[in-house]
Every structure is written in structure tokens, then in C-alpha cells.
Design a protein around this ligand. Structure first.
Ligand code: KG4
Ligand code: ZN
Length: 340
């Protein structure tokens, strides 16, 4: 059978990334150009700067991806692109680039939802087993879904306010740690004790999440302690926050595993790079004799290889986009499933 090579483009936030993925599983070539250092000067991603930098860098990223690849544009079967959700200006750069490549090289165009991409990062160098429970945790998303089969996904719950990664970043910022905050909080938490009492994020039995209360609680606590000239034990506060935030994820995952009897669990999204979270979810899975899988750390944070992996089943199903494809900043996984 002929190998299918998909050229994938990801520009939804502050990484300009392209990949060539063989048969949805093998990464032939991957380039990730991060703008992290630039945005760190502002304490977070500045959308206008992000889209300008994507525009400046995308040609270079394409050249580099093709240079490292074993194939040429002639061998590419389709062009895939993240069209939603994300920063509108950033998404547009990727979408327009994909359309131009599809037109010039006469290749089919595939639109990929970014959250679906994170899920399919689990298919790289591995196979998602169905049914699986999937927890997607990133800067923009906190979703708990059931992957029923390769074409059917049921959303159990999502955040009703902030995404967990966003809260990691905000807490880091109030503690004067550089952007992105997640990895920095993780490092500090390793050195601390959970000595600060934290509110329980969402004390209910739904599969939804809420993190804005925990975020506001910590921001207020830091401001109050500063006003009183009290010392803030940064390592302990990072540790207490992380424990509370991750406990809540574990509680909902446990509830879902108990209720659904699903025997496979996967993690996805930037926050799934967090070792404490990986360990804690693994412990829940062990308790219920559930197989646990998480992508290689390289494929947890934003990258185009996961977009190539997610595009493969769409290619197989002949689900192609036309040139009217536009970027959509707000399309959640739930909306995507309703519309496609
Ligand atoms: O998936 P991603 O690269 O972009 C989005 O789709 O949002 O996720 C980025 C998020 C950021 O909030 C970042 O702080 C968080 O993932 N993150 C982490 C870790 N590495 C990245 N959070 C906690 N621990 C980490 N090790
Ligand atoms: Zn992402």
C-alpha cells in the first residue's frame, strides 16, 4: 500500500510549526519555532506580535521542514492545517499558507481542530486503543472526553471558565516567574510542601472543571501577603496550587473511570508534559486497572506532528476542505463535533 505523507501546519498560538507525517504515525520531519522568549518580555502571548512573527517565520519553517524530510512536495498527499481554535491572526497565517500550498501544488486541503490534534498526539509512535478516556489539558482547554472509536467522540465535561494551563501561567505571573508558567511552577513545586490551604476548585459530581476560583484565591492571597509585608513561600505556594489543581483533574478522571468502566486512558495537551500530573493520573489508572498512555513530551505542547496525525483519518475518509476555509478562534471540541 502506498505511504501517505501529510504536510501539516500549526500556528494557533506562539509556535510556528510544520511537520511531514507518514501514515498518521511516523514523524518524518518536524520543525517547531517558538516565540516564547519574545512573549516572555510581556508576561504572556501578545496576539499582534504572534501573528507578525508567524508571517515572518513561516517560509523559513517550511524550507527547514522540507530540507529535513526524506520526501519532496511531489510525494505529499495532502496539506493539513490547524484552523481552530486559537488566536485569530495567528491561525490565519497558517490557514492562508496551507491554501497557497494546496493550490500551487494541487494537493487536497484538510482542516484540523487543534484539540483533536492534541488527542492524536497519542497516535504518534503508538496506537490509540478504543474506547479510551481522554483528558486534554492545555493553555486553552480542559476537556474530558470518551474516544468511542476512530470517528466518534463524546464530550463528558469541560472547564466552565479558565483552562488549567492558563491558571498555571497566571499563578506563575503573580509569583514573578517567567512565561510560560507551567514548567516553572512544576520546578518550584518540587522544592515545596503543600502547606497553604487551597479551596477545592469545583466540589460537585459533574465532569466539568472550574479553575477561576482557585486562580483568584491565589492572586488575592499573594496581594494580601505583600500588603502586610509577609513572606510568601513561593515553593510551598506552587506546590499547594499544583496539588489542588491536579487533585481536581484526578477526582473527575476517577469518577469517569468508575462510571464508564473504560479500561484505557490517555492524556493530551501542553499541561500533560507535567510529571506530577502524569504520575497522579497513572496512580488513578493503576487503582482501576486501566492502561495509561501519554505522548512523548515533545508532542504534548503545540507542534504540527499532532496535526498531521489527526489529519490522517480525515484523509482516509476523504474529508477535504475547500478554499473558503477560514480560521475560527473559538471552536471548542464540542462545537467541532456538532458541526462535522
Ligand atoms: O498545548 P499548549 O502548548 O498550547 C495550548 O494549546 O494552549 O499548552 C501550553 C500550556 C501553557 O499554559 C503552559 O504553561 C502549559 O501548557 N505547560 C505546563 C507544562 N508545560 C507546559 N503546565 C504545567 N507543567 C508543565 N510541565
Ligand atoms: Zn495546544
Amino acid at each position: 500500500m502506498k505511504d501517505i505523507y501529510i504536510l501539516a501546519i500549526e500556528t494557533s498560538c506562539d509556535e510556528t510549526s510544520m511537520a511531514i507525517v507518514k501514515n498518521g504515525r511516523d514523524v518524518d520531519s518536524l520543525t517547531i519555532l517558538t516565540q516564547m522568549d519574545t512573549h516572555a518580555n510581556f508576561g504572556g502571548v501578545v496576539p499582534e506580535i504572534a501573528s507578525r512573527m508567524h508571517t515572518e517565520n513561516i517560509t523559513m519553517v517550511l524550507e527547514e521542514t522540507l530540507r529535513k524530510s526524506h520526501v519532496t512536495m511531489d510525494d505529499i498527499s495532502a496539506i493539513a492545517v490547524t484552523y481552530a481554535p486559537g488566536l485569530l491572526g495567528s491561525l490565519l497565517v497558517g490557514v492562508e499558507c496551507a491554501k497557497v500550498l494546496a493550490y500551487v501544488y494541487n494537493k487536497p486541503l484538510i482542516k484540523v481542530n487543534h484539540t483533536l490534534g492534541h488527542i492524536y498526539a497519542n497516535n504518534i509512535e503508538n496506537d490509540i486503543v478504543y474506547p479510551s478516556l481522554a483528558l486534554i489539558v492545555s493553555g486553552g482547554h480542559t476537556d474530558l472526553v470518551i474516544l468511542k472509536n476512530s470517528s466518534e467522540i463524546e464530550v463528558l465535561g469541560s472547564t466552565i471558565d479558565d483552562a488549567i494551563g492558563e491558571v498555571y501561567d497566571k499563578v506563575a505571573r503573580v509569583l514573578n516567574m517567567p512565561y510560560p508558567g507551567g514548567p516553572n511552577i512544576e520546578k518550584k513545586a518540587l522544592l515545596g510542601k503543600p502547606s497553604y490551604e487551597m479551596p477545592i476548585p469545583m466540589n460537585d459530581n459533574s465532569y466539568n472543571f472550574s479553575y477561576s476560583g482557585l486562580k483568584s484565591y491565589i492572586i488575592n492571597l499573594v496581594h494580601n501577603e505583600k500588603q502586610r509585608n509577609h513572606e510568601i513561600k513561593i515553593n510551598d505556594l506552587a506546590c499547594s496550587f499544583q496539588e489542588s489543581a491536579v487533585n481536581e483533574l484526578c477526582r473527575k478522571v476517577e469518577l469517569a473511570l468508575k462510571n464508564t468502566h473504560i479500561k484505557n486512558m490517555i492524556l493530551a495537551g501542553g499541561v500533560s508534559a507535567n510529571k506530577y500530573l502524569r504520575t497522579k493520573i497513572n496512580q488513578v489508572c493503576n487503582k482501576y486497572h486501566v492502561n495509561f498512555h501519554v505522548p512523548n513530551i515533545l508532542y504534548c505542547t503545540d507542534n504540527a506532528a499532532m496535526i498531521g496525525a489527526a489529519a490522517y483519518p480525515l484523509y482516509k475518509a476523504n474529508l477535504f476542505a475547500d478554499y473558503s476555509l477560514n480560521a475560527q478562534s473559538n471552536e471548542t471540541i464540542k462545537k467541532y463535533l456538532e458541526n462535522n
